[in-house]
Ligand binder design. Structure first.
Ligand code: ZN
Length: 150
């Protein structure tokens, strides 16, 4: 595993739409491993492909540093409710603030082996899913801020 460099705001790749993964190979597994290591080292709760300079629809999430989730080609199939979330982003250092997100989401995605799965998430986990999957469409949390804190 290797730590990758986290792309910061101002780089074009953060504003592009990431491409679907079509090949589930060792390269994909290595990318996901690297992303988990990079996220953990940076003390983050989530990281998306474009944030490590890879324009692919992949994301890793760990709400607590103990449980880890990997998503390939994730789609939010259903969402319900609303919640106010305080967010920051490893690609936008020094900024945090509040955004509105769905309270519950149903996510359909693939794992690193190409197996499809469904995840029902709510609260903090739903928040992180929405934040990370936005990255795959070139959207940043600062686009949705209702209150900037610093
Ligand atoms: Zn982010």
């Amino acid at each position: 595993m290797a730590r990758r460099t986290i792309v910061k705001i101002g780089e074009d790749i953060l504003r592009k739409r990431a491409k679907e993964v079509t090949v589930f190979d060792n390269g994909l597994a290595a990318l996901l491993d690297d992303m988990i290591e990079t996220m953990t080292a940076a003390d983050g709760v989530g990281l998306a492909g474009p944030q490590v300079g890879v324009l692919k629809r992949v994301a890793v999430i760990s709400p607590d540093g103990k449980n880890f989730y990997e998503f390939v080609n994730p789609v939010i199939e259903k969402s319900s409710g609303m919640q106010k979330c305080r967010e920051g982003c490893l690609s936008v250092p020094g900024v945090s603030g509040e955004v509105m997100r769905p309270k519950k989401v149903v996510v359909r995605a693939y794992d690193r082996y190409g197996n499809e799965f469904v995840l029902r998430a709510e609260g903090f986990l739903a928040d992180i899913c929405c934040h990370e999957f936005d990255h795959l469409d070139g959207v940043l949390f600062i686009d949705k801020l209702i209150k900037k804190e610093k």
